[in-house]
Design a protein around this ligand. Structure first.
Ligand code: ADP
Length: 215
């Protein structure tokens, strides 16, 4: 089973994707994570995309489609793929459809995570992640433990904020979402693939709504 998690930055796509990986042995394909890895490993592509990402703009379709193609043609699907943060433009959605077709795969669910904009800004400016396992923390709802031992991986870790999790870049990311990504809601609705969940619920309640969609 292959699914897309669709929603603005901060909607909780990454958090829910990680849960699906743990619970259902699915494979998370996050273009945001792939691009951040390319930056930290200092590849040519990483250097090219760094400024674009920090500003909160979208990286070119060519680059992200290339990354997804590479993963789909080389990786193993396990319990299926979760596309997280991809597709983000209509061209990427078309390319994903063509790629899946080429590989004899299907797209089974497109799950829109609905969250209001005020909540997004509050969530994103308060978030940090464990430098070791990527577990997401939030200054308001899930504070970093005083001893800096991650509750997920049990390691003493550095807790990092993303370079683009600041108000300025967030404005650009939200604009990019509304201009370039939100048309995908109509696109998948028209194809009959769209299902929506309330992303403002608690993490467990959202996971429950997603489980219902997938059952
Ligand atoms: P967010 O929490 O904002 O949804 P992501 O981790 O998914 O963040 O992405 C971070 C940044 O990486 C984006 O602002 C953009 O610059 C780039 N990026 C990630 N996925 C894509 C994509 N599919 N197309 C273009 N740019 C992307």
């Amino acid at each position: 089973m292959n699914i897309i998690l669709l929603g603005p930055p901060g909607a909780g796509k990454g958090t829910q994707a990680r849960k699906l990986v743990d619970d259902r042995n699915m494979v998370q394909l996050s273009t945001g994570d792939m691009l951040r890895d390319a930056r930290t490993s200092g590849t040519e592509m990483g250097k090219i995309v760094a400024d674009v990402m920090d500003r909160g703009e979208l990286v070119t379709d060519e680059i992200v489609i290339g990354l997804i193609r590479e993963q789909l043609t080389s990786g193993t699907a396990g319990g299926g793929y979760i596309f997280d943060g991809f597709p983000r433009t209509l061209a990427q959605a078309d390319a994903l459809g063509a790629l899946l077709k080429e590989l004899g795969e299907t797209l089974d669910h497109v799950i829109e995570m609905q969250v209001d904009d005020n909540a997004l800004v509050a969530r994103i400016t308060a978030r940090s992640t464990c430098g070791n396992c990527g577990e997401v923390y939030n200054d308001n709802t899930k504070q970093i433990p005083a001893d800096h031992v991650c509750t997920n991986c049990g390691q003493k870790a550095e807790f990092k904020r993303r370079a683009d999790d600041n108000e300025e870049s967030l404005k650009t990311r939200l604009l990019a979402y509304y201009k370039q990504t939100s048309p995908l809601i109509g696109y998948y609705y028209a194809k009959g693939d769209l299902e929506s969940v309330n992303g403002l619920d608690s993490m467990d309640a959202v996971a429950g709504s997603i489980a219902k969609v997938l059952s």
